[in-house]
Design a binder for this molecule. Structure first.
Ligand code: 26W
Length: 820
């Protein structure tokens, strides 16, 4: 490997940037400067930015190579990036300058930024977390890059018709993606299907041969990831599937050339579309192929890079760490074993040691229906050699278990990688646990439940593997970029340190009693509320007074997240007002946003319910100035950036023991919202930071939920019988007050919530939820008290920066170091 010492040449001053923008208009877009539209100028700016990012990416790579740095590769089937232009300019610290330059050229950079499509290559929390991690890794100069799939279609766009969700295709690259760099020269070949032929080495050892496989090409596209300050630029490498030029010779020889080509082209389906479901395992062949495609491309890329610097695979784990983002890339364990054993001819035990030292696994969900199982017959068809290896891993593992617990067949059955009830299936979570040296959950509570509820046998067997890494979010996107009004006040008050050391926010506490500071803080909030109010007014024609409480629940629609509990309470407030003449003491706007998985009927009905309730309340003059309800369609990162800064009350109301962590909760709180929330996920740790007085806690605790459901002692009908409030709400629903044209539309939900042992225990928490809401009304009415609480929330959110999270992973799991 030749040593190089690459120098960054492009400057970030006004003259150089303006010159480069002009040059790109001419040489990249082939236009005269006078003919360039605003959109052309935006594209030219993106290209000028890309020049700078690419230079720094090369410099960063050089720097890592010079010290032979150990690198971390984040394997994730999803990345929810959000818009890139503004974020990159922000991290390069040239956003204001570029706004100025655009003004001089007669354009509006804000409009250009607003026209960028969100790359939505993810569903929700897990994908967004991955994107925040990448930002922090680069900001901390840590050698860590992302690997994923270059989906042609991202998560569907949501449109609403008559209150119902409709899905639209998301062809996110319609206008191109100027920041990405294609790297066809680094393409890799991925084999699939075929069969295994047994053979033997000359010395008589078993030598399996994977033959007659079909192949797909993986073409990498790099998206530069710039850290704050612009020094380190890592990358997110996304692989697109391309047909190889090898035909299926059988078909070809039969003279059917077109069909042979067609077969090839179908292989490009692999990276066509992101699966839009986040809580059920689907068992579809295409998804399995996607998962393998990611793993195979990623590992080929990593081993090529490793071999360029080092030939000794015994040292592999000294240079490579792979983090499995949930079980979707769990085949990494098997593919790495196949590579080491079959291709590098390393003996099994050594290969196993290397594999386990390399891989680490993060679990992101407690819902049993979301745990991945793949049928043995499907794996055998798609990856015949891998199935053999899975069986071998399993039999060696079970021998170890058996020697520790002789004759405990039940235990063996539970810990096996193969589930034998019904058709045989591979348990991907067991595979990920067995093949990793570290297994972590994403909040304190979740990590405890990973040990006790999900993997108790594995925890008993190897307790040292299990650990917690509480999630975070990046303050660069979620404060600096999304909330310029607050960011300016923070920088004015504390200097710029908070941007890269969020614990600096603690110093705000000194200013809580300063009435001028309080006024400025609440003024920033008001600015953001007015902005969001205008947006809602112009898009939905709903008028929201800026002085009302902005109460927001924005997240995927799922029964466990209990949007229903929120709606029931809204209905309750409305009925109090119109039937019982009790006015709420504060005006409130209840805002909802979120997508439902296309096949999730209940979630789609919940969206309909919210719209139906909104229609009645917003059109009732008696509720004018007191209650408003709005559903903001097409929730995505760019919409979240508008919503989050404007929030007063953040709804984090999942049934205790169901939300692994939550990260929206953190975004809202750092921007000065107060949380009404259950004792669940990272809410608990947020509460610990801000204290009981600054968090509206309600509801059953996880142990209480678990106990009731285990014993079958939850009888919602008894609660209903004793609660005039709930009866009034249900009666209104059954009398079709919110569905006058569609009788019985919401009967299902009354029935469901009244069913014994209803899984998410909505009614059990109704009363304490409603009391927490009353406390909010009381506190909000005292402007000064509320301001102090809001400031304290921002001041105490330092822990929830992904900078902290990444440093913990780097030190405890990956053993990687910053390369400055
Ligand atoms: C197999 C289908 C499938 C797809 C995605 C099952 C499960 C998932 C994800 C694990 C769901 C997910 O996004 N989990 C969320 O991860 C966040 C980041 O750690 C947490 O903050 C959320 O609480 C958790 O729901």
């Amino acid at each position: 490997m030749k040593r190089s010492n690459f120098k960054v040449r492009k400057k970030n001053d006004r003259v150089s940037l303006t010159e480069d923008i002009r040059n790109h208009v001419i040489y990249s877009l082939s236009k005269e400067v006078k003919d360039a539209s605003e959109w052309d100028a935006g594209k030219a700016l993106a290209l000028a930015l890309r020049d700078r990012l690419v230079e720094r990416m090369i410099e960063t790579r050089d720097r890592y190579r010079r010290v032979k740095a150990k690198r971390m590769y984040y394997f994730s089937i999803e990345y929810l990036l959000g818009r890139c232009l503004g974020n990159n300019l922000c991290n390069m610290e040239i956003l204001d300058l570029c706004e100025d330059i655009f003004k001089d050229l007669g354009y509006d950079l804000d409009e250009v930024r607003a026209s960028e499509r969100d790359p939505a290559l993810g569903n929700g929390g897990l994908g967004r977390l991955a994107a925040c991690f990448l930002d922090s890794l680069a900001t901390l100069d840590l050698p860590g890059c992302g690997y994923g799939i270059h989906y042609e279609y991202g998560l569907f766009r949501q449109s609403i018709h008559n209150g119902y969700q409709k899905e639209l295709a998301d062809y996110w690259m319609k206008e191109g993606m100027p920041l990405q760099v294609a790297r066809p020269d680094q393409s890799v070949i991925v084999p699939l299907y075929g069969r295994v032929e047994s053979a033997a080495t000359p010395s008589g050892d078993y030598l399996p041969m994977w033959v007659d496989w079909d192949d797909i090409i993986g073409v990498p596209y790099d998206i530069p990831v710039v850290g704050y300050g612009g020094k380190t630029v890592n990358y997110l490498r996304l692989f697109a599937a391309r047909a190889s030029e090898n035909f299926d010779m059988d078909i070809f020889n039969h003279g059917d050339y077109i069909r042979a080509v067609q077969r090839k082209i179908e292989s490009e389906m692999v990276s066509k579309v992101l699966y839009p479901t986040e809580s059920v395992s689907f068992g579809k062949e295409l998804r399995l192929v996607q998962e393998y495609f990611l793993v195979a491309c990623g590992l080929r890329d990593i081993t090529r890079r490793f071999l360029a610097q080092n030939k000794n695979f015994e040292e592999f784990a000294d240079y490579v760490a792979i983090q499995l983002n949930d079980t979707h890339p769990a085949l990494t364990v098997v593919e790495l074993m196949r590579y080491l054993v079959d291709e590098r001819r390393i003996e099994w035990d050594k290969a196993w040691e290397i594999t386990r030292a390399t891989c680490a696994y993060t679990n992101h969900t407690l819902l049993p229906e979301a745990l991945e199982l793949w049928s043995v017959s499907l794996i055998e068809k798609v990856l015949p050699r891998h199935l053999q290896i899975i069986y071998e891993i399993n039999s060696r593992f079970l021998k170890k278990v058996e020697s520790k617990y002789p004759a405990d067949n039940e235990k063996l059955r539970r810990m096996s990688l193969i589930c034998e009830d019904g058709t045989k299936k591979v348990r991907m979570a067991n595979l990920a646990v067995v093949g990793s040296h570290s297994v972590n959950g994403v909040s304190e509570l979740h990590s405890e439940l990973v040990k006790t509820r999900l993997f108790p046998d594995f925890y008993e067997f190897a307790p040292q593997k299990f650990n917690n890494k509480t999630n975070g979010v990046t303050p660069r996107r979620w404060m600096l970029k999304a909330n310029p009004a607050l960011a300016a006040l923070l920088t004015d008050t504390l200097g710029k340190g908070w941007i890269t050391d969020l614990n600096e926010l603690h110093k705000l506490e000194e200013h809580i009693n300063d009435s001028e500071f309080r006024a400025r803080f609440m003024e920033a909030k008001r600015t953001n509320k007015i902005k969001l109010g205008n947006f809602i007014n112009s898009t939905l024609d709903i008028n929201i007074p800026p002085d009302s409480i902005f109460d927001i629940q924005a997240k995927r629609i799922h029964e466990y997240k209990r949007q229903l509990l929120n709606v029931l309470h809204v209905i309750h407030l409305y009925l109090e007002l119109v039937d019982n003449d009790v006015e709420p003491s504060c005006s409130r706007a209840f805002l909802f946003a979120g997508k439902a998985a296309p096949g999730y009927w209940e979630a789609k009905q919940i969206i309909k319910l919210i719209h139906s309730v909104a229609k009645v309340i917003n059109n009732d003059p008696r509720a004018e100035g007191l209650l408003k309800v709005a559903f903001l369609p097409d929730y995505r990162v760019s919409l979240a950036e508008k919503i989050v800064p404007a929030c007063d009350v953040s709804e984090q109301i999942s049934t205790a023991g169901t939300e692994a962590s939550g990260t929206g909760n953190m975004k809202f709180a750092m921007n000065g919202a107060l949380t009404v929330g259950t004792y669940d996920g990272a809410n608990i740790e947020m509460l610990e930071e801000v204290g009981q007085d600054n968090f509206y806690l309600f509801g059953l605790k996880q142990e209480e939920v678990e106990k009731a459901l285990r014993e079958g002692s939850y009888h919602p009908r008894e609660i209903y019988n004793h609660s005039p409030e709930i009866r009034q709400v249900f009666t209104a629903l059954l009398e079709n007050r919110f569905s006058p044209d569609e009788p019985d539309l919401f009967r299902w939900l009354v029935d469901k919530l009244l069913t014994d042992n209803e899984q998410y225990m909505h009614l059990a928490d109704f009363k304490s939820y409603s009391e927490a809401q009353k406390r909010i009304d009381r506190d909000y009415a005292e402007k000064e008290i509320w301001a102090a609480k809001a400031i304290l929330n921002t001041a105490r959110m330092g822990k929830f920066s992904t900078d902290r999270t990444m440093l913990e992973y780097a030190e405890d799991i990956w053993k990687i170091k910053a390369v400055k």
